[in-house]
Design a protein. Structure first.
Length: 239
């Protein structure tokens, strides 16, 4: 999870690939899309995640690949260039992992903008957070946690491993937890929260000054980071 903030200023940013009017929260940046074949080869995503605020790509990589079979959506990820990975201290499932470093997946069946979706977070200590989100205003107002899902009930297979200045992991998410779409259409986004500095307090919490809030498909939230903006989720097609 990340912050949400009403925009109170007017900026127009225009480049060859992006145009944003933050006062009206409009953009011509295309949502990310990916198509994969069920039981087929894994697909590799763009490794240069983008800031949630302005869509600017970072110069370090978050390697993600996805694959599907009849029972699971498989996600493999590698969070590189993390100098402070050892400072993450949460180890219990469904603790507020989003307050420190995490890799996140939001997904829902169907092509429409998602008012209800599944949120999954995993941290470098292999702790998992799973819940369903109610977001009727599509990010215009604050979303709510609809239901927290107990670890044993989620049925997600997962592993996370720390190494020198990086961490990586795998998620196998049951389709029965996501909800299968008859046409193989889904809205999905991938996120990473990365700490940018050392923290003296063992119970440190990420904020916009100390951490980067990054997206596969940027949510273009403006002044403050925000992940829960379903209009900006990417599109996944499973053939």
């Amino acid at each position: 999870m990340a912050f949400s903030h009403s925009l109170v200023f007017f900026i127009i940013l225009q480049t060859s690939f992006l145009k944003i009017d933050l006062s009206k929260e409009k953009t011509t940046m295309t949502n990310q899309e990916i198509t994969i074949k069920n039981n087929g080869e894994s697909k590799i995503l763009d490794p240069h995640f983008k800031h949630s605020t302005n869509g600017k790509a970072v110069d370090f990589e978050t390697n993600v690949s996805i694959q599907t079979d009849s029972n699971y959506l498989h996600i493999t990820f590698d969070c590189l260039n993390d100098d402070f990975v050892e400072q993450n201290n949460m180890v219990a499932h469904n603790d507020p992992l989003y307050n420190q470093e995490v890799f996140e997946v939001f997904i829902s069946p169907g092509k429409e903008d998602s008012k209800h979706y599944l949120e999954i977070e995993i941290n470098p200590n292999n702790a998992l957070w799973v819940g369903t989100i109610n977001n009727p205003t599509l990010g215009e107002e604050t979303q709510t946690l609809e239901r927290m899902i107990a670890h044993q009930d989620a049925g997600i297979k997962h592993i996370a491993t720390k190494s020198l200045n990086s961490w990586n992991g795998k998620l196998a998410i049951p389709w029965k937890l996501i909800g299968k779409d008859a046409k193989g259409q889904y809205r999905i986004n991938f996120y990473r929260i990365r700490s940018n500095q050392s923290h003296e307090d063992a119970n440190w919490t990420c904020d916009a000054e100390t951490c980067s809030f990054l997206c596969w498909s940027s949510t273009l939230s403006g002044e403050s980071p925000a992940f829960h903006r379903p209009k900006r989720f990417g599109f996944l097609t499973v053939e």
